[in-house]
Design a protein around this ligand. Sequence first.
Ligand SMILES: Nc1nc2c(ncn2[C@@H]2O[C@H](COP(=O)(O)OP(=O)(O)OP(=O)(O)O)[C@@H](O)[C@H]2O)c(=O)[nH]1
Ligand SMILES: Nc1nc2c(ncn2[C@@H]2O[C@H](COP(=O)(O)OP(=O)(O)OP(=O)(O)O)[C@@H](O)[C@H]2O)c(=O)[nH]1
Length: 440
Amino acid sequence: MSKPVVAIVGRPNVGKSTLFNKLIGERLSIVDDTPGVTRDRIYGECEWDGRKFSIVDTGGIEPASSDVILSQMRSQAQLAIDAADVIVLVTDIRTGVVATDSDIAAMLLKSGRQVILCVNKCDTVGSPPPEFYEFYNLGLGDPIPVSSVHGHGTGDLLDLIVKDLPPEEEDKKEGELIKVAIIGKPNVGKSSLVNKISGEERCIVSDIAGTTRDAIDTTIENQYGRFTFIDTAGLRRKSKVEDSIEKYSVIRAQMAIERADVCVIMIDASVGFTDQDSKVAGLAHEAGKGCVIVVNKWDIIEKDDRTMIEYRKRLEEDFSFMSYAPMIFISAKTGQRLDRLFDLIKHVANANSMRIATGMLNDVLAQAVARVQPPTDKGRRLKIYYMTQATVKPPTFVCFVNSAQLFHFSYQRYLENRIRETFGLEGTPIRFIIRERGDK
Ligand SMILES: Nc1nc2c(ncn2[C@@H]2O[C@H](COP(=O)(O)OP(=O)(O)OP(=O)(O)O)[C@@H](O)[C@H]2O)c(=O)[nH]1
Ligand SMILES: Nc1nc2c(ncn2[C@@H]2O[C@H](COP(=O)(O)OP(=O)(O)OP(=O)(O)O)[C@@H](O)[C@H]2O)c(=O)[nH]1
């Protein structure tokens, strides 16, 4: 189910973003407009030789003094080691091998990951220049000459990437698992929640040293099913300086989100909502994941019978762009409502992967249109001919209409709500793809 992840690492300016863009081609995910959220283009989907995988560009290190670069590069590499199946180390033929390259190569080599060494900016076709051979000194095997700008060598690179991906069968066993990413600001209690859960439930895999990505996840089983909490290594390693670099914590969260079915968006009850909360929630929303808003540390709030209602109301305003997400008040410390949390996660995962038969969908459409007439403009009325579900995760509906322009956001919202109510689609974003056909 979850796609393998390929991470691109390397010094500033070696051409990582150029390579990334070349590899994903036009396949950049098209995201709808979410208020106030801009998504860095660090994640792309790629398909080569029948295999699908995600590529992450871990670039964007601020050029500063060289020792700062080295420490940032080390966190970048650590992120890749933790979370990627294949790592592409990009170097630059123009600068040759520099000390940082050797340092990072050694770190990657020690990790036991699949590492591919790419020598970029080999722009001339034919046999590579003599400088190319010094890259063998990095000890990562045969380097691949590439010109990201021209695209030379990228096919060979993709061949090697696909060869190094984990076998496809491994994906299958994840079928019945629900993958959960816990995301939120530092200190909201993410690791406390995982610790509490993994302490109380039967742990299937946890913290096993190894070279597969599973080692960073924690899988538990309980009466609600099997759940994998993603990237718990990143949560546990919190004291280390490396994860305190803001940029990496965002990339890390984003990688976890991409791999998840459901995102638990955690808010600290004693702090309340902040802009950063809306930012991470926005990432989960844009990625089309099931979402649950979890208000943690509820034990330390002084409450009366109105407190929760009022708190909920305020948060509903803050999270108005994901009004579909259920909200729950818990305590990772005392374990309050953790049962209910699993119940919700399961419910939301089901909604996120729900398939609705075309017939039923069009019945709902007909009723909705009869109840509230579609909008008109200059005497022309919106007609929605037909609707069908194209994909799940998230549920995505193709609507055939006479005019996309007439299909205003407010009417889309209305239809969305009708579909949600009818089919109990709680906790998942829904997407519409609009296809125009001329007036009949
Ligand atoms: N000649 C040549 N130039 C390249 C090639 N690939 C990238 N460049 C150039 O190298 C410069 C840096 O490229 P980027 O892709 O921004 O490098 P980066 O590694 O992502 O840099 P950071 O974002 O700082 O980490 C740009 O001016 C690119 O045009 C290549 O194959 N050949
Ligand atoms: N009272 C109370 N304290 C909590 C609760 N959950 C976590 N804490 C405390 O909050 C602090 C931060 O918890 P962590 O679990 O380390 O938070 P985190 O989100 O993993 O933090 P980072 O790893 O820095 O992102 C710790 O002191 C916890 O004991 C809770 O439900 N109630």
